[in-house]
Design a protein around this ligand. Structure first.
Ligand code: SAM
Ligand code: SF4
Length: 324
């Protein structure tokens, strides 16, 4: 078990497979973002070596992310390798869904259990404005393919941005009336790259909930949390709504996560700049024990929480370079 100095059992690893992406969402990266060359990224065997190492330390839950994880070459093989690592009991992915039409079934067969798919609006033009390059239809087909492949329960993520999609939270919520899906609303967080939008156009979880309740009436509180999301229902609805208030009501005290970036750096808090390089020592021949010690030291010093309240915005990476 990997404990931090506050007694939290850190057992959930988010692995970013790439910083590359086939979209350019306005809240994630600038349109002219440059990406790391492949040689600087963890190679497939390095990902599996680190997965085994983390699993040996008690990490049992993995989420693959990016950038866009489905654009990574050999994604199905990587999923198969991680899924068959002893000790890993939960394997999921966060994706923009665009490539799921062809990948959902092979990913499921390789051992992926669930996906979270990002969809911020059901309006074609607004979707294009938010993602700069995306076609809503592709994502919708991806969602249906995921459901058909059994990558369930289907969970959808929306980042809400003032002036872009704050009205659209209602149409998205309506999806859960007849479908057993979970629609999750995420408060926009600030990172390097696009801090103006991120700090000035945030819509809070409370404002999102109010907007949804103005249409559907008071939501039913389930009293449940799913990860960091507070779970509600529209009365009589088959699905669920989740609110993720990382900025206004942080869930840091219950955080059990670590992040491994695509370039092999361990980040113990999404919103803190401190990083522990694992790739360089690994390529320089560090032993398993050395790497294990680096990870355990990083875990031990996991910060209690983020510093947004104190005005500390992490500026050393954009969101796609960390892994959401
Ligand atoms: N490309 C995949 C996707 O979009 O789902 C996975 C990576 S993306 C960085 C992971 C999640 O972070 C997505 O749900 C995305 O909407 C969210 N995200 C990106 N930028 C964000 C920001 N500034 N604040 C909050 N969430 C953000
Ligand atoms: Fe790509 Fe996901 Fe970032 Fe959008 S949020 S640009 S899909 S990595």
């Amino acid at each position: 078990m990997a404990l931090d100095r506050f007694g939290r059992n850190i057992h959930y690893l988010r692995i970013s497979l790439t910083d590359h992406c086939n979209l350019r969402c306005i809240y994630c990266m600038p349109e002219d973002q440059t990406f790391r060359p492949n040689a600087d990224l963890l190679q497939d065997d390095e990902i599996l070596t680190l997965t085994r190492l983390f699993a040996s330390l008690g990490f049992d839950k993995i989420r693959l992310t990016g950038g866009e994880p489905t654009v990574r070459a050999n994604i199905v093989g990587i999923v198969r390798g991680i899924a068959s690592t002893p000790g890993i009991r939960s394997l999921s992915m966060t994706t923009n869904g665009i490539l799921l039409t062809r990948l959902a079934q092979p990913l499921k067969e390789a051992g992926l259990q669930r996906v979270n798919i990002s969809i911020d609006t059901l309006d074609n033009d607004k979707f294009r404005r938010l993602t700069r390059w995306g076609k809503l239809e592709d994502v919708w087909k991806g969602i249906l393919s995921a459901e058909q492949a059994g990558l369930t329960p289907v969970k959808l993520n929306a980042v809400v941005v003032k002036g872009y999609n704050e009205e659209d939270v209602i149409d998205l919520a309506a999806l859960t009336i007849d479908r057993p899906w979970q629609m999750r609303y995420i408060e926009m967080m600030p990172f390097a790259g696009v801090t103006d939008i991120q700090t000035q156009q945030i819509v809070t979880a409370a404002q999102i909930q109010q907007k949804i309740e103005s249409e559907f009436g008071p939501l039913e509180a389930t009293g449940k949390y799913d990860g960091e999301a507070r779970i509600y229902r529209i009365r009589g609805g088959k699905g669920e709504l989740g609110f993720i208030s990382s900025v206004t009501v942080p869930f840091c005290s219950a955080c059990t996560r670590a992040r491994l970036t695509a370039d092999g750096v361990l980040r113990m808090c999404l919103l803190r700049e401190k990083e522990i390089d694992l790739l360089t020592p690994m390529r320089n021949g560090a032993s398993t024990d050395d790497l294990r010690a680096l990870i355990l030291d990083g875990v031990w010093h996991k910060p209690w929480g983020h510093g947004l309240d104190e005005g500390l915005i992490p500026l050393n990476r954009a969101m796609n370079q960390i892994g959401g």
